[in-house]
Design a protein around this ligand. Sequence first.
Ligand SMILES: Nc1ncnc2c1ncn2[C@@H]1O[C@H](COP(=O)(O)OP(=O)(O)OP(=O)(O)O)[C@@H](O)[C@H]1O
Length: 467
Amino acid sequence: MKKQFHILLVDDDNSIRFVLNELILDLGHQVTQVSCAEEAIEKLNQLTIDLVISDVRMSGKSGIELLEFCQQNFPDLPLIIMTAHSDLDSAVSAYQKGAYEYLPKPFDLDEVVTIIEKALQSTQTNDSPPTQVDENNPFLIIGESPAMQDLYRAIGRLSNSHVTVLIHGESGTGKELVAKALHQHSPRKNAPFIALNMAAIPKDLIESELFGHEKGSFTGASNRYFGRFEQADNGTLFLDEIGDMPLETQTRLLRVLSEGAFYRIGSTQPTSVNVRIVAATHQDLLKKVELGEFREDLYHRLNVIPLRLPPLRKRPDDIPLLAKYFLQQIAKEINEPQKQLNPESIAIMQRYQWPGNVRQLENVCRWLSVMANSQQIFPQDLPPELISQHQQVEPEQWSQMLSNQIINGYQKGETQILLKIQQKIEKILIESALIITQGKKVEASKILGWGRNTLSRKLKELANAKK
Ligand SMILES: Nc1ncnc2c1ncn2[C@@H]1O[C@H](COP(=O)(O)OP(=O)(O)OP(=O)(O)O)[C@@H](O)[C@H]1O
């Protein structure tokens, strides 16, 4: 028979407690529910609890304080932290203060079940979590999509380790940002973070850049140069675009990784270093291995922990957050009021494919901050590449969507559906005309078959409707 465990549920939100209570009972375990950390401490002192699941923000003591109490008094008791604030900082601090797991709200119930079962198993195997505390995070990583939450968890879990990490992701997805965050949340955070992009330097200079050289070791080597490995001693070396590393350099790198030492070019004395490698690639390295362009042994050596950064088009929910963040940062930078995206503009941005990922979004926000005429950014203000893609909607798709909306409206008993749709269509016609004419109202009114005054009046009506 399955062992029954006793779980303490701490949350001031009745509905969350209700859902979790049902779920845990269904799993065949016993539950005690409380609504604050103080009551939880009382229960912990009275009962034998196997697992605590706690919210962070509650009146009185916080979930993190409860976690600290458990660490001191019941160090083997696993605690799962739940929080509605799913950012990198909360995840790292929960893990570093000893949380067994970190669960961003709203959560997926299947995932909760898996985590609870795993935590309960750990009470039998004593699979204890990390304990060191790290407060620092200057690199803001924005995003709340499930893929980003997985990433925050991974960074949190790796935060006490020196393990080699290989970050996979298209260009502009934030690989360097993640590499910096890994460093900043590691025991090496007070030592240097040094980056080298294999694609950005001539191939014949890569070895000297990495390993350094002695004075006079080749033409142009007028001084001794300490390479990136030595610069990164005790810290992290970020090898970006590792797929572009020449084969001979790969062989040398492999040797350094296994021996922890190398020779500066022109030197006969080995130099020892203690460097953590974080590498990144936008290429399919396994394919390069197959083609004989990348050493398989090096691939496995680097790919100890693979982290995958999803392209931006796969996490459209993060786009409004990221855009708002960039518009805010850029406004500060150029000392101008912050521009706001109107809902249609956001919708267009969420449908766009973003081949340049977050970097492209950042650039678009920069462009908009400087170029958009008004405070509100309307679809016609968006750069042409976003708009031309936006226009490629399948006709069957939009008529189906319209029909769904109409049926929905009828079912809700709406009476002005035709008027609403006419207004919507008129709005689309106006916006499209302005897109095509890049905002030139005289030309747009010609396309629409209206007089200029009519267009101005309609635009005013639209602007008033938005207020
Ligand atoms: N999640 C994010 N939150 C905030 N800023 C981000 C995020 N992801 C990327 N950025 C920003 O986007 C830009 C590109 O990120 P980064 O240089 O880390 O990408 P990359 O994957 O290393 O690109 P490449 O492969 O082209 O070198 C940077 O300015 C970075 O700060």
